[in-house]
Design a protein around this ligand. Sequence first.
Ligand code: NAG
Ligand code: NAG
Length: 490
Amino acid sequence: MESPPSFHFCFFLFFFSLVLTLWSGEANQNYSDALAKSILFFEGQRSGKLPADQKISWRSNSALADGSAANVDLTGGYYDAGDNVKFGFPMAFTTTMLSWSIIEYGKRLGSQTAAARTAVRWGTDYLLKAAGGLPNRLYVGVGDPNADHNCWERPEDMDTPRTVYWVSPTAPGSDVAGETAAALAAAAIVFRSVDGNYSNRLLSAAKKVMTFAQTYQGKYSDSVGAVCPFYCSYSGFKDELLWGASWLLRATNDISYLNYINSLGANDQADIFSWDNKFAGARVLLARKALVDKDKTYDAFRVQAEDFFCRILPNSPSSSTQYTPGGLMYKLSSSNLQYVTSISFLLSTYAKFMASSSHNFNCGNLLVTSNTLRNLAKKQVDYILGQNPSKISYMVGYSANFPKRIHHRGSSLPSKASHPSHIGCQEGFQYLNSNNPNPNILTGAVVGGPDQNDGYSDDRNNYAGSEPATYINAPIVGCLAYLAGSYGSG
Ligand SMILES: *[C@@H]1O[C@H](CO)[C@@H](O)[C@H](O)[C@H]1NC(C)=O
Ligand SMILES: *[C@@H]1O[C@H](CO)[C@@H](O)[C@H](O)[C@H]1NC(C)=O
């Protein structure tokens, strides 16, 4: 049937504007949609007894006896990624970054505020249990990682040894302890105005864990070999002593933490920010005092933070950061998007501090304004959400085209509801190796991402690209809240 001419004209206008937006690359993503999904993801990573309001319904209770091997209750917390191990070090970093997202962007989280706090609390309830054995023990993990990785099993079916790992005064771990202190202190700020009692518990535990980190110094991977090569502490522990003390300073304003920070001599240069390396994050956190509070005492941290950004910005003379042809920051080949989300969080947060204090800085002769940092952060987030050469969203469940074969046991195996009987360790591998899309959508999960040429293979065995992780998602929560608040939903 022939359509009236006006229809043709409307269609032409629509098509023309579509081409124009695609060509100019200026279309904004639906940030509020992505924000809600990025938080929902954490439900899929939950360990322990699930509450009645659990929305990711293909998951059920798991690991209900965690801790029993050491006669303690260590149920709850998060599985780190596509496996069923609870690694305390990345779990604590995840909790710190989720908390920081709420602290900086709380007003912009809008209707997602309660869900974001719940996601923090799922982490801190566990971390409080992990810290419950102090001053003798800080529990740093549950589940033998090698045994776990040799199986492809749903968390609900897990039958590998749930070995309990801890650090102690004679087998120290200042890195994992410093990060745990950071997480508890940051979360204490999150809950201060909504649950004072809980906030006080978090803060007093944070102080205890920080004292433990300072008193018994050492690298946790020297004490607990089983965490290598999964979450070995490559950068050592000085960065976590700095980071933990910086969060305690923020939570308490107790100047003894500043004196401690100044005594550390933590002056290593940084061009990365991750679950392992916290120097840049600590400097941005401390530089807030120099910018927002105009306190000159903190100026050295501002200079160090700006040195970091000069190593990240593409046009800076001191840049040591590679970009893909499509414009994605490219740090390391395995799970690169974790660096992109963590660094984008620092870019948008520092942009916010700069804007509030009308501050600019220079990288050689490159003038850096708050817009320079904000635009780079937005470009990275837009790339992740689909404005990239492969035209794929690296967030599962966002837009029409997203990874369908993510490297994630629970997502790739049939749910307990659809397949109630046990699926054994080896039996599960047929699902890893199948070409079918995953039966369960892990909504909101951001995967490891593309290679250095913007290429992506939607393949479960490509774990460097197709595995999600809690520490990829936690920082993007803050970035998305920031963008949702600035650009609306469309
Ligand atoms: C908070 O703690 C105080 C003192 O321990 C107690 O009296 C009060 O009932 C607690 N409030 C809540 C909401 O739990
Ligand atoms: C953004 O996503 C939300 C949630 O899915 C939806 O309700 C809204 O209509 C979307 N906005 C636009 C402009 O597409």
